[in-house]
Ligand binder design. Structure first.
Ligand SMILES: [Fe+2]
Length: 361
């Protein structure tokens, strides 16, 4: 079927046609006529924003294994920044680098694996665009809006995952082409979910195998050109890779209160994700929604011996809620519930009590 490319409709129409239907779409003119919309190349970006400060990080996905970012930076950065050994590398200070210098750093063959960084939108950048009207929270939705950026070199990728914050998202390509793949929720088991990640390493597939995989899972692929933004719905499984050096702005917005209730109760695994999708469905009967919310409230209030017991019990209850309301996992014989065979170290062995995780508002 493919993902449509459209100019941004009115906020109400976009909400009804795409957000409510959980339907991805590419917006071709999100920031046209605004200063950010005029930035289309690396040279433009350096010219307009060369002085903004980026935090230096390792590959984004490594962050899930990091307990203390300061320790991580202290131990890892000397491996990456071989200052003193290579005369073309500027000495970096304070673990940040300007946008302009970032591109100088990554030009060095020693730093090409310094793939990408994520950073919050700063004031200077914020002045260059207006957050679209459709992103503004309405009644019954969280006021949380994430406004951040990804910048990285050609060949970087973001492995197949869903974002556990339950927010709607725009990913706007400032410069560079970014390939983006969205999978339908029905592909959940085929993606071998393991907490919020897939067991498939799509970044290692050949072109032919990737196409076959997309046919099998129903995944839709789009190549974002500079100035284009993809909208993708809460909990959508997705993958991205960088066909050029890229900078993208990520806006995440408008979480329904029912999803906030779910996230504050459940461990963020694929059952939680599937229940979230169900709660967002336009065909969900109001009484079923109320049943689910009542059960979530009951689970939230229930006392537990410790965080591990709580995690295990609530995971079982969420799986049951899903099975009762949505038929639960399917029976595709090529699909596995990977976590049945490899228990999630996060869910099973860590204390996932409220004190150990941020609370969604
Ligand atoms: Fe993501």
């Amino acid at each position: 079927m493919g993902i449509d490319r459209i100019p941004l409709p009115t906020a109400e129409r976009f909400y009804q046609q795409y957000m409510c239907r959980q339907r991805p779409v590419v917006i071709t003119d999100l920031f046209n006529g605004q200063p950010l919309g005029a930035v289309r190349s690396k040279a433009d970006a350096i010219n307009a924003f060369g002085a903004i400060s980026l935090p230096l990080q390792d590959v984004y996905d490594d962050a899930i294994r990091i307990n203390d970012i300061r320790e991580h930076l202290a131990s890892r950065l000397p491996l990456h920044y071989k200052t003193g050994e290579t005369p073309d590398l500027p000495a970096w200070r304070d673990k940040t680098v300007s946008l302009k210098d970032y591109f100088t750093l990554i030009e060095s063959p020693h730093n090409r694996h310094m793939l990408r960084v994520a950073f919050a939108t700063c004031h200077q950048l914020q002045r260059a665009f207006t957050v679209p009207e459709v992103c503004r929270p309405r009644q019954g939705e969280s006021t949380a809006v994430l406004n951040q950026n990804f910048i990285g070199v050609k060949g970087s990728f973001s492995a197949i995952h869903f974002d556990k914050d339950g927010l709607h998202a725009f990913l706007y390509a400032i410069f560079g082409r970014k390939r983006f793949i969205v999978f339908p929720h029905t592909a959940r088991e085929k993606l071998l979910p393991f907490t919020q990640f897939s067991g498939w390493a799509l970044q290692n597939f050949t072109e032919r195998d990737r196409q076959a995989f997309l046919t099998w899972t129903g995944g839709e692929e789009v190549i974002l050109q500079p100035g284009e933004a993809i909208y993708f719905p809460p909990f959508a499984w997705h993958f991205a890779d960088y066909l050029d050096d890229c900078w993208a702005l990520n806006l995440r917005f408008r979480r329904k209160d029912s999803i906030t209730a779910l996230l504050n109760c459940a461990f963020p695994d694929s059952d939680c994700q599937a229940l979230g999708v169900l709660l967002l469905s336009t065909t969900l009967a109001p009484e079923t929604e109320q049943d689910i919310l009542t059960e979530l409230a009951r689970l939230t209030r229930r006392p537990f011996r410790d965080g591990r017991q709580k995690t295990r019990y609530i995971r079982r209850r969420i799986a049951r809620l899903l099975q009762d309301r949505d038929g639960g996992p399917g029976c595709d014989r090529l699909a596995w519930d990977l976590e049945r065979y490899i228990p999630s170290p996060l869910a099973e062995y860590l204390d996932w009590s409220d004190a150990r995780r941020p609370r969604f508002r």
